[in-house]
Design a protein around this ligand. Sequence first.
Ligand SMILES: Cc1cc2nc3c(=O)[nH]c(=O)nc-3n(C[C@H](O)[C@H](O)[C@H](O)COP(=O)(O)OP(=O)(O)OC[C@H]3O[C@@H](n4cnc5c(N)ncnc54)[C@H](O)[C@@H]3O)c2cc1C
Length: 391
Amino acid sequence: MPTLTAELEQLREKTRLLCTGFPDEYWRETDRNRRYPQEFVDTLTEAGLLSALIPAEYGGLGLGLTEAAVIMEEINKSGGHSAACHAQMYTMGALLRHGSDAQKLAYLPQIAAGTLRLQAFSITEDKAGSDTTSIETEAIRDGDDFIITGHKSWTSRIDESDLALVLARTSGKPDGKGADKTYGLTLFLVDLRQVRAEQADTLKVVKVRTMFNYATNQIFYQGMRVPASAVIGDVGKGFRYVIDGWNAERILLASEAIGDGYWFTQRGVDYANSREVFGRKIGTNQGVQFPITDAYMKVRAADMMRYEAARLFDAGEPCGAEANMAKHLASEASWAAANACLDTHGGYGFVDEYDVERKFRETRMFQVAPVNNNMIKSFVATKVLGLPRSY
Ligand SMILES: Cc1cc2nc3c(=O)[nH]c(=O)nc-3n(C[C@H](O)[C@H](O)[C@H](O)COP(=O)(O)OP(=O)(O)OC[C@H]3O[C@@H](n4cnc5c(N)ncnc54)[C@H](O)[C@@H]3O)c2cc1C
């Protein structure tokens, strides 16, 4: 566990207080209507929390990943859903670590001030799936520009974003036969305001309705023209920059799952302490106590791994193993807590006004996206344990 400094506790308290303005009814309504929780995102933005990772010299809070993790955890622990705004934290790293000074100066102060939104990253494709190095969306050089054409099966929050990170192929074939499969992909920071104003027909967005409230879409890039100045870092090395952000992404996502895990255990305990059947509180029965307790211990263990991963990340030390394990452990723990909570509520767990079924649907995603737990197991098996790679 990290030393829980007064600053970290203050940040936790600040986030908690902001979240009290968005009670269960709010999240229930946005979920029912599949509505983007704009008011919540605005509140967080105005409080500066979404600029946590932006250095102070650009107007951000200049905090570390540990602090960002605490913000994400508190949102989910309050019953909220941080998916509406988490990408701004996840994707920032690519711009911070690999963007040019000109890109940073052009965008970071405005993102920090809340006048510009970087909420979308456009990577996954239908055919390639988890095998990102075989994506086929192309970016072809044309004078001072690149022209992007292709289809992305998932790109969340693009309609709620002014900027998007788009990964496209600038060279090589997606046949996996190259010496370095990762070479040939380029990362673009696309200014969607310019696209919408001047070439709206090159960007087709098709909304995808999912089992929970997630502003996600299929995207068709139809000859979208972006200036060469939109390239992040070097042409051809974009996949490396994406990978570079994965540890932060996994740690933040683990934090969201941990927040959910605490929410589920607390709701389960509260209900078990109040509901009476057979003339006694249901929480008296060990058949009810034990699954909640089991899940709680899993959440606590994941919490520690998450803090360890964040500590290493903030110290600039390798943390791939810990970040991946934290994501895996946290997503499995929150799912165990979700099931225990649902079972504890009996039939009422299925009724929307109890909010359990909503959080149940939300927390299931952590096992699947942005990376599947199978892929995490493969990473730990091969990179940590030295077992042979299967793909
Ligand atoms: C709600 C939601 C929002 C999303 N938002 C975005 C977004 O904003 N931007 C973006 O780029 N992407 C986004 N994604 C995509 C997400 O990153 C992918 O779903 C994820 O990477 C998995 O890819 P896939 O769905 O194609 O699964 P597949 O790659 O088709 O995998 C299917 C199953 O097969 C398993 N599998 C495949 N290969 C192996 C193997 N070698 N060993 C073991 N198991 C294997 C997988 O683990 C999985 O269980 C989103 C997804 C969801 C669900």
